[in-house]
Design a protein around this ligand. Structure first.
Ligand SMILES: *C/C=C(C)/C=C/C=C(C)/C=C/C1=C(C)CCCC1(C)C
Length: 248
């Protein structure tokens, strides 16, 4: 039944499943767009746009699996399926560090160090591993794990908006600074969508239990977050490459 080519049929009343399906298509289209654009750029920007494409491509593959997992467990009577938590976090643990690499690649012109890159990557891994524990392993104490995850998240925000990364962006100036500031907004506002999804999904028995009664499915929130952050983030990098190639 769960064969990659002969995928599980989706119920016509499965609205959450539909957002997984749209996610597959959007991530695939974005990957094709980024990969096929590579030749038009100056060499030094190609790696950045390539990484944008890898992020959406990795997500596309995971969305196929997540769509299938959800559709295979969907119950038309209740209108819900099982959350593909494992695939979700495997996707994030690959793609979020790659977004940290994007910051490094863009700021390399101003002398960004590998140490900065690994600090960002390390913080993102802490954020995701603690989030996974709260969501899938110790869900009774989801609030505490969410708090730890949130601290790692704010450390990333601090580094890019006020810390070392910000100083480098200022030093680079021009297009790089403008793009860095835009990517910061994605992290500050776009990434903040995820803790909302987490609170909706882990609400029972937590102080934020009211979030569980909103009638919104956690997966829809995560899927919207992914579309905004993976594709939007990639487009910022793409625009930087276009504009800088024009200037050169
Ligand atoms: C493409 C995927 C992205 C950009 C995923 C980002 C995920 C987060 C920023 C998740 C953050 C979380 C918290 C800040 C607290 C609660 C647990 C998480 C893992 C949902």
């Amino acid at each position: 039944m769960n064969n990659f080519l002969l995928m599980t049929e989706m119920s016509t009343t499965d609205y959450v499943g539909f957002t997984f399906f749209v996610g597959c298509m959007a991530m695939m289209a974005a990957s094709a767009f980024f990969f096929l654009s590579l030749n038009q750029f100056d060499k030094k920007w190609r790696t950045s746009v390539l990484v944008s494409g890898l992020i959406t491509f990795i997500a596309a593959v995971h969305y196929f699996y997540m769509r299938d997992y959800w559709a295979g467990t969907f119950d038309p009577a209740t209108g819900v399926g099982d959350s593909p938590t494992f695939f979700r976090y495997v996707d994030w643990i690959l793609t979020v560090p790659l977004m940290c690499v994007e910051f490094y690649l863009i700021l390399k012109v101003a002398g960004a160090t590998k140490k900065l890159m690994w600090t960002l990557i390390g913080s993102s891994v802490v954020m995701l591993v603690t989030g996974y524990f709260g969501e899938a392993v110790y869900s009774d104490s989801a609030a505490i794990w969410g708090l730890f995850s949130g601290l790692a998240y704010f450390y990333i925000v601090y580094l890019i908006m006020f810390g070392e990364a910000k100083a480098l962006a200022k030093k680079a100036g021009g297009q790089v600074l403008a793009s860095h500031n835009m990517l910061c907004k994605f992290v500050l506002i776009g990434w903040a969508i995820y803790p909302l999804g987490y609170m909706i999904g882990t609400a029972p028995d937590q102080w934020y239990s009211f979030m569980g009664d909103l009638g919104i499915d956690m997966n829809v929130v995560y899927n919207i977050g992914d579309a905004i952050n993976k594709i939007g983030f990639g487009l910022v990098v793409y625009s930087l490459a276009v504009n800088s190639t024009k200037e050169a």
